[in-house]
Design a protein around this ligand. Structure first.
Ligand code: OOG
Ligand code: NI
Length: 267
């Protein structure tokens, strides 16, 4: 499968699901900016049929290499990121939920979702773009949410891009992350303030901000309900002590970025 086709499918599906994506792209275009994506993120269940390695397979076949590993103990998640030698290709950040750390009821629920996935779909090279192949009740999604916001998102949306990230450092006039954030807020967008609006620092090599996920209507077996979908992220990378751009991720920052899809009280 062509890598560019897969990336474009993931991007289109993401833009179609989340109204803020085209809105932000248009605002940046009107400001004279050309958007380059720093990375995209995928989420999955920690089950050997669909874990990080399975989701990353088409990227690895296209020349990506595993480049960093991360743990989020409290969220019961692990993640890796994959990088390509071609600097024009986005990094791919893939996380998975560590299922055996959850309650028996939670694990049964996830098993019943995965039991609905046709065997040949697990083997498909485009598994990461297949969306949600299982039927699920909104009540069950909310039951999962009591133990993991991440699980609730994954149960509701399945395999697709969780977010794309604008390379702030590649923008012409808005290459300062605080200035970009101010621009977005001035246009009515809401940013995720967990851990501060800007996570990370130049010394860490990476500064990140993200919007609060759009809330969209999703069809469940017990009706249609509004649930948080995807967010847009903005990242500014800095050179490290060796003068080369830092190309990894920061656990403490990522931990808070995950929370951009949490259900939150309306404001
Ligand atoms: C991934 C959150 C972490 C980053 O850039 O640190 C992340 C997710 O929400 O799935 O994207
Ligand atoms: Ni990200």
């Amino acid at each position: 499968m062509e890598l560019h086709d897969l990336l474009e499918r993931l991007r289109r599906d993401y833009a179609a699901l989340n109204p803020q994506v085209e809105r932000i792209d248009a605002l940046l275009a009107e400001a004279g900016e050309h958007v380059v994506h720093d990375h995209l993120a995928l989420r999955t269940w920690g089950d050997s049929r669909c874990d990080i390695d399975v989701l990353a397979r088409p990227f690895v076949r296209a020349g990506y290499r595993a480049a960093g590993a991360y743990r989020f103990a409290e969220k019961r998640l692990v993640a890796r990121h994959f990088a390509h030698d071609d600097p024009h290709l986005p990094l791919v950040f893939v996380s998975e939920l560590v299922l055996d750390r959850f309650s028996p009821g939670f694990q049964d629920m996830v098993r019943s979702l995965l039991a609905q996935v046709p065997e040949d779909m697990f083997a498909a090279p485009d598994l990461c773009a297949r969306g949600r192949p299982w039927q699920v009740a909104h009540a069950d999604v909310e039951a999962l949410r009591r133990e993991s916001e991440y699980a609730a998102w994954l149960a509701a949306f399945g395999w697709r891009a969780n977010h794309f990230t604008v390379a702030c450092h590649a923008l012409a006039r808005l290459s300062d992350l605080a200035a970009l954030d101010e621009f977005l807020v001035a246009h009515g967008l809401r940013l995720n303030t967990a851990g501060g609006e800007i996570k990370g620092s130049p010394a860490q090599g990476l500064e990140q901000s993200s919007t609060v996920a759009d809330v969209v209507d999703v069809a469940f077996t017990d009706g249609t309900f509004a649930v948080p979908a995807c967010y847009y992220e903005f990242a500014r990378r800095w050179p490290g002590p060796d003068g080369r751009q830092f190309r990894g991720f920061i656990e403490g920052s990522a931990d808070k970025i995950f929370e951009s899809t949490d259900r939150r009280p309306a404001s």
